[in-house]
Design a protein around this ligand. Structure first.
Ligand code: NAP
Length: 509
């Protein structure tokens, strides 16, 4: 069995002690082992801070962008191999694996392009200079400079390539070294991605490290110049935020956690209209893509009361036609859940929903003795529901709710989400809904049948922010150059205009 190593302090290192076993979730066959025991985490962080950080800060944005281009090229060259690993270790269909790997490459390329556009500067001028007194000599200028610490990235199991790349792209472009920790269960893709990047020798020494296996006390070792970007469950996010060192040193923490994303079909839509069909298509894709293990997947489907019966009938039929099975088989539309732990978690979520609602689609229980297969499930919520707004079921599970006049109030019961999608052409209804829902979300997706090739609400684009308030963790990633600010310290320079002009010569704006 392959043993995954960590790449820290500039070299590949084996963990000691008992390794955690990574399996193929379709067959439960063991594939690899991973352990972080015995690895000197403090030394790994010091190496990143002292070797990787200075090397990156010496480089211009354009040169850092070229690093990202090199990383994207390395992943592109290994694309087929990475797709195969996503299928084997992630339970991804080929299309699901492409979503992860191609998403990683596209995000790196988007930030490579941003680096090239930011050009020769090494830090950012933030806005225009300001005259502060009667004399034009008394001047102020905000700038944003790379922090001198290390960016620790703790990722979730569902996007081992994209999760790694979207965080690393922003940090490296900003000028901070990265230590990335993939979720252990599906770490094979991130491990291989790191191998091919290291072999390509495109990243300066110390600027990019990978820790496989348990996180141990990694977050507890961070200090005032470090940052931690975490994606995973709300509970782990809470634990990290409550760490004494995080509180004492004001360690910057970004959390991307649970989200009960909703899709709302607007009032007055005709069944079978283009808008109605688009809504169904987006819901079906989101419930089944990656077996519903997407932070942006639609969990709550809200339809006007008069269309409830039609939508219910259509979704039951569409979900019933989804072929669940071996993700390596080209005919399969949905693979297994990623791990046994996820299977248990999904079953307990289904129990919570069953206690208050009726299952209207999908077979209960495991679909086979081996492998973590479940059917896509749809629940009909009578009234407004309770559990359905409290905790997401991270699998191919969604709930159908009807509304009469105020869907936004129902959506807001999710207490903060990553994305809400609205399907309507009624400008007044859209305005009212966006104003009511925007404070609760990181992104509002406005579905329209005339947009060609829209990837739907479940796809996170590098140009737009990803994150959300409340339950979603209160974090924000991506959003073009907005992503850099997490890794930069904004500082106000106050003094003589010519002196400040001299100091900011090396900035990009
Ligand atoms: P998790 O247990 O919180 O794990 C997420 C990551 O945190 C993994 O890398 C895990 O490492 C690590 N971790 C676990 N305990 C830790 C600790 N005490 N300190 C530091 N790191 C720790 O979450 P999960 O159950 O794997 O993920 C599923 C949940 O994440 C879903 O239910 C979903 O709600 C959420 N999610 C959110 C997003 C988003 O973008 N908002 C994306 C995907 C998933 P090990 O794997 O080594 O344990």
């Amino acid at each position: 069995m392959q043993i995954l190593q960590s790449f820290v302090s500039g070299r590949w290192i084996n963990g000691s002690g008992a390794a955690q076993t990574l399996v193929n979730p379709a067959t439960e066959e063991p594939l690899a082992g991973a352990s972080s025991e015995g690895i000197d985490l403090a030394a790994a962080l010091e190496h990143a801070r002292n070797v990787g950080g200075p090397a990156l800060r010496e480089l211009s944005f354009a040169a850092r962008g070229a690093i990202l281009q090199g990383m994207a090229d390395a992943l592109q060259d290994a694309r087929d191999e990475l797709l195969a690993l996503g299928i084997a270790n992630g339970g991804n269909t080929r299309s699901d694996a492409k979503f992860d790997i191609d998403g990683a490459i596209a995000t790196l390329l988007a930030y490579a392009e941003l680096g090239s556009a930011l050009g020769a500067g090494k830090f950012l001028a933030d806005g225009e200079g300001i005259q502060l007194g009667r004399s034009p000599r008394f001047h102020g200028q905000h700038v944003a400079v790379p922090r001198h610490g290390v960016a620790v990235h703790i990722n979730a199991f569902n996007f081992p390539a994209w999760g790694f790349a979207e965080k690393a792209a922003a940090a490296l472009l900003a000028g901070m070294p990265v230590l990335s920790k993939p979720a252990t269960a599906t770490a094979m893709v991130a491990y291989r991605a790191m191998q091919v990047i290291a072999q390509a020798k495109v990243v300066p020494e110390g600027a990019l490290a990978l820790l496989v296996g348990a996180p141990r006390d990694l977050p507890a070792l961070l200090g005032a110049q470090d940052v931690l970007a975490f994606t995973g469950s709300g509970e782990t996010g809470e634990r990290i935020r409550a760490l004494p060192n995080v509180i004492r040193h004001s360690v910057r923490v970004n959390v991307e956690a649970d989200s009960l994303n909703a899709a709302v079909l607007g009032p007055g839509i005709e069944a079978r209209s283009d808008m109605y069909e688009l809504f169904l298509k987006d819901v079906l894709r989101d419930v089944t893509q990656k077996a519903g293990q997407k932070c942006t997947a639609i969990r709550r489907i809200l339809v006007p009361q008069e269309l409830f019966a039609a939508v219910k009938e259509d979704l039951i039929e569409m979900l019933g036609a989804i072929k669940v099975g071996d993700p390596a088989d080209a005919e399969t539309r949905m693979g297994p859940l990623a791990s046994e732990a996820q299977l248990k978690d999904v079953f307990s979520g289904i129990e919570r929903l069953e206690a208050e609602s009726l299952r209207i689609a999908g077979k209960p229980g495991r679909l086979s003795e081996k492998g973590f297969f479940v059917s896509p499930a749809l629940f009909e919520i009578a009234g407004e529901g309770k559990a359905v707004h409290e905790r997401e079921v991270f699998g191919p599970v969604a709930s159908l709710l009807s509304y009469t006049d105020n869907p936004a109030a129902i959506v807001a019961r999710g207490n903060g989400g990553l994305v809400c999608s609205l399907y309507s052409e009624d400008a007044a209804w859209l305005e009212q809904s966006v104003m009511a829902l925007a404070p609760w979300h990181g992104r509002i997706f406005l579905g329209h049948p005339k947009i060609e090739l829209s990837p739907g609400p479940g796809t996170v684009l590098p140009q737009l922010v990803h994150g959300g308030p409340g339950r979603a963790g209160g974090g924000e990633e991506l959003g073009g150059r907005r992503a850099l600010s997490f890794y930069l310290q904004r500082v106000a320079l106050e003094g003589s205009r010519p002196v400040i002009a001299g100091l900011t010569k090396g900035s990009s704006s």
